[in-house]
Design a protein around this ligand. Structure first.
Ligand SMILES: [Fe+2]
Ligand SMILES: [Fe+2]
Length: 146
C-alpha cells in the first residue's frame, strides 16, 4: 500500500478528531461564558469536518482503484480535555504540528509517489491549518488581555 494512501487515512482520522474535539471545546467555552471562543471552535470544527470529507472522498476513490474495502492505520489520539485556555493551547499546538510538519511531509511523500494532485491538496490543507493556528493565537491574546 502506498504511503500516500495511509497518509490520507491519517489525515481523515486527524481531521475527524479535530472536528469532534473542537465541538467539545466549544461546549466547554460556552459553560465558561467565553462566547467568542465558543464561536471560533464551532466555526473551525465545521471546517475540519469539511477537510475530513475531502480526505474521505480521496481515500474512497483511491481504494476503489485498488479494490480495497478497508484500510488499517495506526494513529495517536490526544485525549485531554481542559479548560478553555488549555484547550486553545492544545488547538494551537495541534494546528502548528499539522501545518509545519504533518502536511508538508505528506505533500513531499505524495509528490515522490506521483500523486501531484494529492500533494497540492496537502499543501492547501497546510495553509488552512496555518490560518487556524493564527486565529486561535489571536483569540488567546484577546482572552489573556481581558
Ligand atoms: Fe483541518
Ligand atoms: Fe485546523
Amino acid at each position: 500500500m502506498s504511503e500516500t494512501l495511509k497518509n490520507i487515512a491519517k489525515s481523515f482520522i486527524g481531521e475527524s478528531i479535530a472536528a469532534v474535539k473542537y465541538s467539545l471545546f466549544a461546549e466547554i467555552a460556552e459553560k465558561e461564558g467565553l462566547i467568542e471562543a465558543k464561536n471560533l471552535f464551532i466555526k473551525t470544527a465545521e471546517q475540519e469536518k469539511n477537510h475530513a470529507k475531502i480526505q474521505f472522498k480521496f481515500l474512497s476513490e483511491l481504494c476503489g482503484k485498488k479494490d480495497l474495502e478497508t484500510l488499517k492505520v495506526e494513529v495517536n489520539i490526544p485525549v485531554q480535555l481542559g479548560d478553555t485556555i488549555q484547550n486553545i493551547n492544545a488547538a494551537i499546538n495541534g494546528e502548528i504540528y499539522e501545518f509545519k510538519n504533518m502536511y508538508p511531509d505528506f505533500a513531499v511523500k505524495a509528490e515522490k509517489e506521483g500523486y501531484s494532485d494529492i500533494a497540492a491538496k496537502f499543501q492547501a490543507l497546510a495553509r488552512a491549518e496555518e490560518g487556524h493556528a493564527e486565529k486561535y493565537s489571536l483569540l488567546m491574546k484577546k482572552i489573556k488581555n481581558r
